[in-house]
Design a protein around this ligand. Structure first.
Ligand SMILES: [Zn+2]
Ligand SMILES: [Zn+2]
Length: 296
């Protein structure tokens, strides 16, 4: 766990054989940092990360914005992370030995027919208008302060999965895109998630050496063709990735073509299929409306 979560704001100063001055200094600095926070909250009151309405606490959503998010909860397909129709059938008793999905539901018919190259997938949200308001500003508008908030959500929804794997690897950006954006949003989320969970982040484990156009609006087949051979292992991180159980981190999963390319790149290095943990899953058009309506 990050020391941010574990370290109390003050420590008890004891005058034994320990020199008290460093501890006193730290306490005074802590006091001033709390004072600075109070002053900052007074001058710039905390606002919602999505709509900028005043909130009682910084770095959170207001209750209205939070209520609009469509969290994906069980039952969902353990392979494509899409919501499944609710069933009263008992979960299957036989599960894979080394790749136990945290979600015991059976895969959806589409994944049964053509299983993806990963062991399991989890998405926190359906990619709807409310999700776009907290994901796209991180991607396109330098709102990097959203990354820790999104990572906290991933830590919550991916809790079972995170306890089964060895390391986090973000989906890479091509260096040209990285130069334009200055950061990889998946890596920022991964960095915050690593701080919260303690799982190591291999930030440059994968590299994208083929400059691909935007995949927006393309179907699965078109995306697969574009992404073929686009992602490779970073030779300098080969040892770190060897035989590791990897969780691939991304912001949005649409058809899974990019994540498939990542899995194919990792396959020669590890016998374990990676897991996928993403902030939001684009629902097929036919599922989006009934699912949203069932929530209202
Ligand atoms: Zn709000
Ligand atoms: Zn599925």
């Amino acid at each position: 766990m990050s020391d941010l979560f574990e370290r109390p704001p003050f420590r008890v100063v004891t005058f034994g054989h320990i020199n008290p001055i460093p501890l006193m200094r730290e306490n005074i600095l802590s006091f001033f940092s709390i004072g600075k926070k109070i002053a900052l909250d007074f001058l710039l009151p905390p606002v919602c990360l999505s709509c900028f309405a005043p909130t009682g606490q910084a770095k959170l959503l207001c209750t209205q914005c939070f209520a609009q998010l469509s969290f994906i909860s069980e039952p969902f397909c353990p392979l494509c992370a899409l919501p499944l129709p609710f069933s009263l059938d008992p979960p299957p008793t036989t599960l894979l030995k080394t790749e136990t999905p945290s979600n015991p539901a059976s895969p959806c018919p589409s994944c049964e027919q053509a299983p993806p190259p990963w062991a399991q997938a989890r998405a926190a949200l359906l990619y709807d208008e409310a999700a776009k308001k907290i994901i796209l500003p991180l991607k396109y508008a330098d709102r990097t302060e959203l990354a820790p908030f999104l990572a906290n959500i991933l830590a919550m929804v991916g809790k079972d999965m995170l306890s089964q794997y060895h390391a986090l690897v973000p989906v890479p950006l091509h260096k040209t895109r990285l130069r334009q954006r200055y950061y990889n949003q998946a890596a920022l989320i991964g960095h915050s998630l690593s701080k919260v969970t303690g799982l190591p982040l291999i930030v440059d484990g994968l590299i994208r050496n083929k400059k691909t156009p935007s995949l927006e609006g393309l179907n699965r087949q078109e995306r697969t063709i574009i992404m073929t051979d686009a992602i490779h292992i970073n030779p300098q991180r080969q040892a770190a990735l060897l035989n590791k159980k990897i969780i691939l981190i991304d912001d949005i999963m649409t058809t899974g073509a990019t994540l498939t390319a990542c899995c194919q790149a990792l396959a020669p290095l590890t016998e374990y299929k990676p897991a996928i943990l993403v902030m939001a899953r684009t629902p097929p058009p036919d599922i989006a409306r009934p699912y949203k309506e069932s929530l209202t």
